[in-house]
Design a binder for this molecule. Structure first.
Ligand code: GRF
Length: 201
């Protein structure tokens, strides 16, 4: 079974969806470790509750980003991690780190990329007044939210939506889409040509 590491900084509702998919065998993978840069992340509580190993690496305890990422890479290597799943991980990985796991890092973004990149996507979406937004799962490349797109799904913006109500609607789609995309990558069903991803049936 392929081994996955999930990186989180916050609530971890996507982590929960992945844990549930693994438990019910909808996702055939071994969730080997949950990594966080924040000791207080609720995602860690979820991981521990499910009996999954947790690793907390606080950036400020390392002299540089290079040291931080090299430690992280060593720990992933010793755990024989096949793919990395970013689920609300609030740090940007360096190009060197991304190259070490080329086409083996997934990210989920709460908007229809390439619109509304960056960390305040839901707020920016609302401010812009779009009527339709959505969810994007993509492979991570050296840029920020720029990698080849694996799956996308639309989510309507409703009258009177707040950041909270819209993000809740987005989350419901994320929790379904992410395990599906992870499964496709693990089963080697993604053919990556340039920046396009073809799903092999
Ligand atoms: C998600 O909306 C995801 O798209 C974004 O960060 C949020 C993480 O939420 N990258 P959670 O921690 O999984 O609840």
């Amino acid at each position: 079974m392929k081994r996955i590491a999930v990186f989180c900084s916050g609530e971890g509702t996507n982590l929960q969806a992945i844990l549930d998919a693994v438990r019910t065998k909808r996702l055939k993978a071994s969730l080997a470790v949950v990594v966080s840069d924040r000791p207080a992340a609720f995602a860690l509580t979820r991981a521990r509750g499910a009996g999954v190993e947790t690793l907390v690496l606080r950036p400020r305890e390392y002299p540089s980003r290079l040291d931080y990422e090299q430690t992280l890479l060593r720990k992933l290597k010793s755990r024989r991690i096949d793919i990395i799943v970013l689920a609300g991980f609030m740090r940007i990985l360096s190009p060197a780190f991304v190259r070490a796991y080329r086409h083996r890092i997934l990210n989920i973004h709460p908007a229809l990329l390439p619109s509304f990149r960056g960390r305040s996507a839901v707020r920016d979406t609302l401010r812009h007044g779009v009527k339709v937004t959505g969810v994007t799962v993509h492979l991570v490349d050296e840029g920020v939210d720029t990698g080849p797109i694996v799956l996308q799904e639309t989510v309507p913006v409703k009258r009177g939506d707040t950041e909270k109500t819209l993000h809740e609607r987005i989350h419901r789609v994320e929790h379904r889409l992410y395990p599906k995309a992870i499964g496709l990558l693990l089963q080697e069903k993604l053919r990556i040509v340039g920046r396009k991803v073809e799903i092999v049936r």
